[in-house]
Design a protein around this ligand. Structure first.
Ligand code: IPE
Ligand code: IPE
Ligand code: MG
Length: 256
């Protein structure tokens, strides 16, 4: 069957199947800035929150497609430390979404062997939001498949600031010396802890910026941007991003 898909530059094209992804060289960690929910809703004449609701379906599609590809870590930027500045009704809606998402999807995520995690400044989250995540984390902790890591109330500058304070306290307490600080120690002190750095960053909606997302961890990630709004993101787009990733030459400052 010929499917109509949209390419990353937004033009429609006919494709018989998603772009060929090689089984070798699958990115281990893919991070996603899920952007464009509000604009997607506006385009169809609906309130912004309808965009967020449909964005949840894209999270599920993407997690399943990532797992099928053999991606091990999928980090999804769901709410930033800057998103609190939005109108209260929108923030309240967003803080209710995890409960709704997990109530509908958790059983299937468990069945698919997914491990749910969160990365963010948990202490500022409403208790009902945190409780929903904690239940999902607990019920999936013995799973061994895809790690589905939600960045919630996440901000990279705050993350780095908190890590610096923690290391500063350790120096004051005498457990480490200033000379002991290495890039590895800083990396392990961040909220991403033991996770490998993202190999591939995807941002939807045409914005070409990082919006305070994983500034330390993305130092050598491959970046892939698409004009697609997050609620329309699907398996074909993920395959397109991974296929493009596989065509890149990662040199890390060295020579090929
Ligand atoms: C991304 O979509 C979701 C969050 C930031 C929570 P937006 O809500 O930013 O949608 P746009 O960018 O306004 O279209
Ligand atoms: C980034 O999107 C945050 C998330 C996707 C959660 P924003 O919509 O908040 O970013 P800006 O305002 O366009 O930079
Ligand atoms: Mg946005």
């Amino acid at each position: 069957m010929i499917k109509r898909v949209r390419s990353w530059w937004g033009a429609e094209q006919n494709d018989e199947q998603p772009p060929a992804v090689s089984k070798d060289n699958i990115p281990q960690h893919v991070a996603v800035i899920m952007d464009g929910n509000g604009r997607w809703a506006k385009r169809i004449g609906m309130p912004r929150v309808i965009g967020h609701q449909n964005g949840m379906k894209a999270v599920k599609r993407t997690a399943i497609a990532a797992d099928e590809l053999g991606i091990k870590y999928l980090t999804m930027y769901a709410f930033s430390t800057e998103n609190w500045t939005r109108p209260k009704e929108e923030v309240d809606f967003l803080m209710r979404l995890p409960e709704e998402f997990l109530a509908i999807e958790l059983d299937e995520l468990i069945e698919k062997n997914v491990q749910v995690r969160i990365m963010g400044h948990k202490e500022h989250l409403p208790s009902h939001t945190l409780a929903a995540f904690e239940e999902a984390i607990r019920r999936t902790e013995h799973n061994t498949g895809l790690i589905l890591n939600f960045a919630v109330n996440y901000g990279s500058r705050l993350e780095i600031t908190e890590a610096m304070k923690k290391l500063g306290r350790e120096i004051e307490g005498g457990t480490i010396k200033a000379e002991d600080i290495t890039p590895e120690l800083i990396g392990k002190s961040l909220l991403s802890e033991e996770m490998p750095d993202p190999d591939l960053l995807i941002r939807t909606s045409g914005e070409l910026r990082l919006s305070n997302f994983m500034l330390w961890q993305l130092a050598y990630s491959e970046l892939w941007f698409t004009d697609i709004y997050w609620p329309e993101f699907n398996k074909e787009h993920l395959h397109e991003a991974v296929a493009e990733y596989q065509r890149r030459s990662r040199r890390y400052g060295g020579l090929k």
